[in-house]
Design a protein around this ligand. Structure first.
Ligand SMILES: [Zn+2]
Ligand SMILES: [Zn+2]
Length: 125
């Protein structure tokens, strides 16, 4: 029983690693197309456990929540044409933004930027 649960969790994690960024709907479609059917409840239960274990995280891109595996600090670029979400390394961003410690008398702990535009693949079309 424990082993079966572990395998399902691994499937959820591997699917997310494969997709990069995914909504719960994206994950369910991917899992049902690539593995045997797993119930929605099971996927949600495993997502919750993976979040608690800090193996994955939930990020807000515009007005949608997407999951991703925990990686190095990065920001996001979302393509308005194809919806693709691309990771942007902090060293692509002007350093004076990365290094802000105080803003308007508020202590800055983290910086979250979502860029939107047209991705490199859509520009070529
Ligand atoms: Zn695009
Ligand atoms: Zn990301």
């Amino acid at each position: 029983m424990i082993r079966r649960n572990t395998n399902q969790r691994q499937i959820v994690f591997d699917s997310l690693a494969c997709l990069g960024h995914a909504t719960s709907d994206d994950l369910i479609n991917h899992i049902n197309n690539n593995y045997s059917n797993i119930s929605l409840a099971t996927i949600y239960r495993n997502l919750t456990i993976l979040l608690e274990e800090k193996q994955i995280k939930k990020v807000k891109i515009g007005d949608i929540d997407v999951y991703e595996t925990v990686k190095e600090k990065h920001y996001h670029f979302k393509c308005r044409a194809c919806g693709n979400i691309i990771d942007i390394s902090p060293d692509k961003i002007p350093n004076d933004i990365n290094s802000i410690k105080m803003i308007d008398n508020n202590d800055v702990l983290d910086l979250d930027i979502v860029f939107t535009g047209i991705c490199h693949r859509c520009i070529k079309k």
